[in-house]
Design a protein around this ligand. Structure first.
Ligand code: UDP
Length: 330
């Protein structure tokens, strides 16, 4: 049985990964400082409360468990906040990742899966975006992720640390079994905010910008189901543990939906009224991000099961209704 350290395993993507790894019979150790994640979202395995800023915390976990590979999800993810508070992003997303990689090397662990993002590309020169597309991040969040990708490349060449970078387009949806879902505080992502408006938790959803160079003027994104992302991680992990060299993969469905289209689809799924306000554009946003995930399909054998936007929204809606019910009880 292989032992996997999931750094940031209490967060949105990490918690879904922990659940899948346990189902696939991995031994899972979650390392998290619970700054944005939830202990109750870690559905099994062992939990280690620790901080990436503290090299001793990291050393302890590596000395305590026979770790075969690391999956790194612990980063700050808000594009807008990264523009106003870049220090927070460079510190956590870059410096703390350096801590993790250095301790991995010190302790002889040389296989890593890294959560990267479509934000490394910036305003695309062409769509869909393949792995070779030039990298020109439009915000500090994207820059920190691109810096880590380059760092990983250098660490492979110098120290033989193998890493697979998975560049998510817009992770969305929830565990189809409804045990887990998106729960950011504050929530900034479009689909959960739209659904919180549909459920009555919020009064309205503000559309950020209507003058982008897209057919309806609102930003286009490629939404990919959390469960499909998890499957891609599993495939990449298997390859990494079997000695595959470092690589990068774009993960998306290859279909772009505008903010307005997402709201319309949410209206259809929920059958609720959703009040929309049109506001200013958000700093750091690009007009259109759509993935070419041919490489992941061909080399990893990735085959998304929930590519349909309405299914993604349906699962997120199921989760939103359940959250609401639990809040009502509590
Ligand atoms: N968006 C919006 N209103 C909101 C939140 C997001 O119009 O309250 C837009 C945002 O400008 C972007 C898209 O929805 O074009 C997806 O944003 P999100 O924050 O979900 O993900 P990101 O693309 O930043 O990773």
């Amino acid at each position: 049985m292989k032992t996997i350290l999931v750094v940031g395993g209490a967060g949105y993507i990490g918690s879904h990964i922990v659940k899948l790894l346990l189902k696939e019979k991995y031994r899972v150790i979650t390392f998290d400082n619970l700054s944005t994640g939830y202990r109750h979202a870690v559905l099994g395995g062992e939990f280690f409360l620790g901080d990436l800023a503290n090299r001793d915390d990291l050393r302890r976990v590596f000395q305590h468990y026979p770790i075969d590979g690391v999956m790194h999800f612990a980063s700050f993810i808000q594009v807008g906040e990264s523009v106003t508070h870049p220090d927070k992003y460079y510190q956590n997303n870059f410096v703390n990742t350096l801590n993790l990689l250095d301790i991995m090397l010190e302790q002889g662990v040389k296989a890593c899966l890294f959560s990267s993002t479509a934000a490394i590309f910036g305003e695309p020169l062409y769509v869909p975006i393949d792995e070779k597309h030039p990298k020109n991040p439009a915000n500090p969040y994207g820059r920190t992720k691109w810096m880590v990708e380059q760092l990983l490349n250098d660490y492979d060449r110098a120290y033989g640390l193998r890493a697979i970078c998975l560049r998510y387009f817009n992770a969305a949806g929830a565990d189809p079994e409804c045990q887990l879902g998106e729960c950011h505080e504050p929530e900034t992502h479009l689909i959960p905010l739209v659904l919180q408006t549909a459920s009555g938790r919020r009064k309205s959803i503000t559309v950020f910008g209507q003058e982008y160079d897209t057919p309806d003027g609102t930003c286009i994104r490629d939404y990919v189901h959390i469960q499909d992302l998890c499957q891609a991680h599993l495939l990449a992990l298997e390859q990494l543990l079997h000695g595959a060299p470092s690589d990068v993969y774009n993960l998306g469905n290859g279909a772009g939906f505008s903010v307005r289209e997402v709201i319309t689809s949410a209206q259809q799924v929920t059958q609720r009224n959703i009040t929309v306000i049109y506001g200013a554009s958000r700093a750091g946003d690009t007009a259109r991000l759509v993935a070419d995930a041919t490489k992941a399909r061909q080399q990893l054998g990735w085959n998304p099961q929930f590519a349909d936007l309405s299914t993604i929204i349906q699962h997120a809606w199921q989760w939103e209704l359940q959250q609401l019910q639990q809040k009502g009880r509590g």
